[in-house]
Design a protein around this ligand. Structure first.
Ligand code: SF4
Ligand code: SF4
Length: 391
């Protein structure tokens, strides 16, 4: 691969929140101490070097960007205070923006005021759109879908999901093609023989089962930097609560819709609090609120290295997640408490508007790591299976 040098690369990555790493003299302390770097010279030193010398393509094609979980050990031991852990986080933001052809991610990351205005305006547009179709708001029992028709929410949600799927798939393909090119992965190598298919299957399983669902590296390999934290505040646990809360809410919504499709119950019809999908939604909502609230408190109190510096885009994501969770709970409260109708209809408007806003912006903000990290980890596991992890 021909190396193209971009002399403005380091300055550009700095716009995504990176500390000034020009003082880094490649001593390698950071790589030596990193609990997740398992080959000499891999990261974060090599990634910093790419930025210093302007190797843009190599930087955004580095799967190692995503094998860092920002524990901060390297930043604590860097003799020049170059904050390599913070640099890796900024480089991931830079990579997300480079996979996104619409340039919306770049705006959200580098122009926080404009990004926040865009997010607020989107929520407002969704709110006005749903309000423009509103029906009666009967007192007594909350009849949410009399107020905002359920098909309108459903089809708007589908349209949002289509946009997210197109943007997500485009980003994933861009990233995968780049990593595959750098790593020399071909279709033949992936699926060309029985052995290749078995290796690909194992890499997929390790990525999805052990890494994404089991949080193996985050939980086990990153254990030492988290050991001093009380269990309830350990990053892997807080991250798992947020992730499973989000997935649980999605599953409860889909299950509700599925039950309505097969005629078991009408969407939005009142159900007791112990009804399985309602129970799943409540537990998942609690997990999400716990995770997001602890993340926010950690960042306000700067309790660990990862929480020491917060980019505006971190706050935007946490705010959208927290508002979505909060309005979801208030909505549930409105269904079960007397006089809940007094605020329930307005909470519904707020909830669907913020939730649609969050989902629509997901591929362009930090939440996009949920799709990019597994891709990188897959290539990482694949290389391990081939015995060529060091690219
Ligand atoms: S970031 Fe710091 S620890 Fe890492 S190679 Fe550079 S100077 Fe050394
Ligand atoms: S922040 Fe932690 S995981 Fe990331 S490179 Fe530094 S030591 Fe490794």
């Amino acid at each position: 691969m021909t190396t193209v040098i971009d002399t403005g690369l380091l300055d550009d990555v700095k716009r995504f929140g990176a500390a000034d790493v020009s003082a880094c003299f490649s001593c390698g302390n950071c790589t030596a101490i990193c609990p997740l770097a398992d080959n000499a010279g891999q990261f974060p030193r090599r990634i910093i070097r790419y930025a210093q010398v302007g190797m843009k393509e190599e930087l955004v094609s580095a799967k190692e960007l995503w094998t860092c979980y920002h524990c901060g050990l390297c930043s604590q031991t860097c003799p020049t205070k170059a904050d390599p852990g913070g640099f890796m986080a900024a480089a991931r933001r830079y990579a997300i923006a480079s996979y996104d052809k619409s340039r919306l991610a770049r705006v959200l990351y580098t122009r926080p005021v404009l990004g926040s205005v865009i997010a607020a305006l989107l929520a407002l547009v969704f709110g006005l759109f749903f309000y423009s179709a509103h029906g009666p708001a009967p007192a007594g029992q909350l009849r949410l879908f009399d107020f905002v028709p359920e098909p309108l929410i459903h089809y708007t949600g589908l349209a949002v999901m289509v946009v997210v799927a197109v943007a997500g798939i485009a980003g994933i393909v861009t990233m995968a093609v780049r990593i595959a090119r750098v790593q020399g992965v071909t279709w033949q190598l992936l699926l060309g023989s029985r052995e290749a298919r078995a290796r690909t299957g194992r890499a997929l399983w390790t990525t999805i089962g052990a890494e994404v669902l089991g949080q193996r590296r985050y939980r086990a390999d990153c254990a030492e930097p988290q050991a001093a934290e009380p269990l309830w505040r350990r990053r892997w646990l807080v991250h798992a609560a947020t992730m499973y809360g989000f997935l649980g809410l999605l599953a409860a919504t889909l299950a509700d819709y599925g039950l309505a499709l097969i005629g078991v119950r009408k969407t939005g019809a009142p159900v007791p609090v112990w009804y399985p999908t309602r129970l799943l939604g409540t537990i998942a909502g609690l997990a999400l609120m716990y995770g997001v609230t602890v993340f926010i408190i950690n960042r306000i109190r700067k309790v660990n290295e990862a929480a020491r510096e917060s980019a505006p885009s971190d706050w935007l994501l946490l705010a959208l997640l927290w508002l979505t969770g909060l309005t979801g709970f208030l909505l549930e409260l409105g269904l079960y408490v007397p006089h809940g109708t007094a605020f329930g209809y307005w909470v519904l408007l707020a909830h669907v508007s913020v939730a649609m806003d969050l989902i629509l912006l997901a591929p362009f903000m930090k939440l996009a790591h949920a799709m990019y990290r597994p891709v990188a980890l897959f290539f990482y596991e694949l290389a391990a299976g081939q015995g060529t992890r060091a690219s």
